[in-house]
Design a protein around this ligand. Structure first.
Ligand code: FAD
Ligand code: GLY
Length: 336
């Protein structure tokens, strides 16, 4: 029986642990804070390969992952009896600039809807909306709830979860990882999986760097928004419980913590311009998180070229929630 140590308890580490536990591996997650509280907690939970305009191999991967979601979720929910807010609400990308529509030939795309169709789809949008793209297969999940559901499933499958334990370094000989040096002593396994998100560079010199995203939420007592709105400068994600998540900035500022007045003001202005009812909704909270940015925005999912028992699962940048099921499946295949 393989003994697998996973460094990092974000969505990627948790999803891989779940997949491996299903095939009988003995899995331990080592997380220096609390599982699910990194970028996983900060995200909007959109499952949006089309609205996010992914392309090439990343689009293929993302479409595969979006396709895996319904069964993945129902298995997790069935096992735990918990909900994670998976909602195939579709995503609407409205446009307020006719020139842009014509410049990009959007009116010729099969997903294009004219002004009247967009209005019929969602009331209360800005009068300036001239048309939009409708991605009916894109969806969302409550990423915070999903992390809790995964944790519950892992506990049921006897995965060992070490929280508050930092991995300080990865000890190696010429071609292998030999052990992890941690805040609770040295820990050994047969295989090691690096799922450390934006902090990956602290352990291995991979080109992963943080991209800060600021977010906020408001509350809509009328549940008036029925779909995700995704425009060039803001996205607006209604949850089933009335929360509306508004995001997000993309800032290359290292691990600089905190919300700025400008960051939140920009998001609110853009959101209100698109969906004016937000102006009168109560603000619930503001937060920020660090996306793990990788070159070309493509995640690194492979056996480490230098150490044969180390698997890399990092750099999911803007789409780690979406890519979790397919990542877990690919990494489990690498371990076979
Ligand atoms: P994380 O969730 O950050 O987890 C990494 C974990 O590793 C952390 O818990 C950290 O404490 C731990 N760790 C790091 N170093 C060590 C160490 N040395 N020892 C022990 N533990 C360690 N994706 C989508 O698909 N849809 C979205 O709508 C979406 N919206 C987003 C909005 C924002 C504002 C942000 C910031 C991200 C968004 N993302 C979205 C991206 C998504 O959140 C990330 O790609 C995903 O969470 C990455 O998961 P992860 O597990 O790799 O990283
Ligand atoms: N995928 C949305 C974001 O990263 O902000």
């Amino acid at each position: 029986m393989t003994d697998v140590l996973i460094i990092g308890g974000g969505i990627i580490g948790l999803s891989i642990a779940w997949e491996l536990s299903l095939v009988g591996a003995e899995v331990t997650i080592i997380e220096r804070n609390t599982c699910g509280m990194g970028a996983t907690w900060a995200a909007a939970g959109m499952l949006a390969p089309q609205a996010e305009r992914l392309s090439g191999n990343l689009l293929d991967l993302a479409l595969r992952s979006r396709g895996l979601y319904p069964n993945w979720i129902s298995k997790l929910q069935g096992l735990t009896g918990m909900e994670c807010g998976y909602w195939q609400c579709g995503i609407l990308s409205p446009y307020m600039n006719e020139v842009l529509v014509w410049k990009h030939n959007l009116q010729n795309l099969p997903q294009y809807c004219d002004r009247q169709q967009v209005k019929a789809m969602q009331s209360g949008l800005s009068h300036n909306v001239v048309g939009g793209l409708w991605f009916d297969q894109d969806a969302q999940v409550d990423n915070r709830a999903l992390a809790q559901v995964l944790l519950a499933a892992l506990r049921q499958n006897s995965v060992k979860i070490l929280e508050g334990v930092s991995v300080y370094s990865i000890a190696t000989d010429h071609h292998h990882v030999t052990q992890l040096v941690t805040s609770q002593g040295n820990i050994q396994g047969d295989r090691y999986i690096l799922a450390t998100g934006a902090w990956t560079k602290e352990l291995i010199p991979l080109p992963i760097s943080p991209r800060k995203g600021q977010m906020l939420s408001v509350f809509d007592p009328n549940r008036s928004l029925k779909t995700v709105l995704f425009s060039d400068d803001v996205y607006i994600v209604p949850r089933l419980d009335g929360r509306i998540i508004i995001g997000a900035s993309v800032e290359d500022v290292g691990f600089l913590a905190g919300n700025t007045a400008k960051g939140i003001a920009t998001l609110l202005n853009n959101a209100i311009r698109l969906y004016p009812a937000i102006a009168n909704m109560n603000i619930q909270s503001t937060w920020w998180g660090f996306r793990p940015h990788a070159p070309e925005e493509i995640p690194i999912l492979e056996i480490c070229p230098k150490y044969s028992n180390l698997i890399l699962a990092t750099g999911h940048y803007r789409n780690g929630i979406l890519l979790a099921p397919v990542t877990a499946s690919l990494i489990a295949d690498l371990l076979k």
